[in-house]
Design a protein around this ligand. Structure first.
Ligand code: SAM
Ligand code: SF4
Length: 344
């Protein structure tokens, strides 16, 4: 089995979901857990965060239901994220069921790669072949200092396994002053011989309040000029529709380079995505603090039509961009959550 294959007729029939600003919404990022086996400095404190109780987490049945409802409304791509998706028990059973959702065209996965490699043959059979692998450094000591775990070998093993299974791979690195600037060019070098997209992400303030966000010192302009200094031939290439990254090629390289202006937010105008957090909170923008709790609606025995109505209403009240979403937050900006509870 694989992702539902009634592809052409499903696309033709798929309704078009748009927000109040006329933007198409066809992409859900679904966080299946807030738990993680790493403690990345930019995402959570060393001691972890206040993990959600099991009863607070959406069950797989609830996730399948809300996915089915949203796919019926026009979502055709779902990215599984977290926390670290592979620490949640029975993830493969969930993915098997999710991949049979009628009308769903694509499932992608974002992972830190520590536990991922053994699941790749089964994932491939399900038609899941698009992966974002988080990797901020190729140096084992710096990996340890950034993630507080000595797991670089496991992550590199997953990278090898992804390549040998011919998966579509993007490597995501958050760029941070005093942490991994010396790794930027080594990561760029990965794209010389490997067919991967290496993407550099501006650090965002969602660090679980371990340390105060000091403001952005490496924005997309600075990241690009740093890379351009070493590779003067780097050239802009067209960005795929709805891309959050600005994309570049370096002559002779097999892979390409992307830069994601996650903090300066230059991509909001074409944003096609919504998020559901592990506790079932719909976020119509990464920077809002949640606009609808779908878990509670499901537990209050609302019908699918009622769920769809509430989702539509929320999508029709969507902020125009990340700055507006942030300004409307009920919780002050200083009380930042962790990306693991948002679903990065
Ligand atoms: N655990 C998985 C992983 O690390 O790939 C999935 C969840 S993680 C929250 C998703 C993405 O969010 C990762 O690529 C991570 O680098 C990114 N991320 C986490 N905290 C961030 C921050 N403060 N600023 C920018 N990106 C962040
Ligand atoms: Fe875990 Fe991913 Fe957050 Fe790192 S970025 S702590 S791997 S959830």
């Amino acid at each position: 089995m694989g992702i539902n294959t009634g592809v052409v007729s499903a696309i033709e029939r798929a309704p078009r979901l748009t927000d109040n600003h006329g933007r198409a919404i066809n992409y859900l990022r679904l966080a299946v857990t807030d738990r993680c086996n790493l403690r990345c400095f930019y995402c959570m404190p060393g001691e972890g965060i206040n993990w959600l109780q099991r009863s607070e987490l959406m069950s797989y049945e609830e996730m399948l239901r809300i996915s089915r409802v949203l796919v019926g409304m026009g979502i055709d791509k779902i990215r599984i994220t977290g926390g670290e998706p592979f620490v949640r028990r029975d993830l493969m059973d969930f993915l098997t069921a999710l991949s049979a959702t009628p009308g769903l065209q694509k499932i992608a996965v974002t992972t830190n790669g520590v536990l991922t490699a053994p699941y790749l043959p089964e994932l491939k059979k399900l038609g899941i072949n698009t992966f974002n692998l988080s990797l901020d450094t190729l140096d084992r000591n710096r990996f340890f200092s950034m993630t507080r775990r000595d797991e670089l070998p496991a992550v590199l093993n997953t990278l090898d396994a992804l390549l040998s299974h011919d998966m579509d791979i993007r490597i995501n690195a958050v760029v941070m002053e005093n942490k991994n600037i010396q790794d930027i060019l080594n990561l760029v070098e990965l794209a010389r011989d490997l067919p991967v997209g290496v993407r550099f992400i501006e650090e965002m303030p969602f660090n679980g309040s371990d340390h105060q966000y000091k403001g952005l010192s490496w924005d997309h302009v600075r990241i690009l000029s740093f890379i351009r200094e070493a590779y003067p031939g780097i050239k802009k290439i067209p960005d795929p529709q709805f891309s959050t990254s600005m994309n570049y090629m370096i002559p002779g390289f097999k892979g390409n380079i992307g830069i994601i202006a996650a903090y300066t937010r230059s991509f909001c105008g074409t944003c096609n995505r919504v998020r559901i957090t592990p506790q079932g909170m719909l976020k119509t923008c990464l920077y809002d603090d949640g606009v609808l709790n779908v878990r509670d609606l499901m537990r209050a025995e609302n019908t699918d039509d009622q769920l769809a109505g509430a989702l539509l209403d929320a999508i029709n009240r969507r902020a125009n961009n990340g700055w507006e979403a942030e300004s409307k937050r009920l919780k002050p900006v200083a009380e930042h959550e962790s990306m693991a509870t948002i679903g990065g």
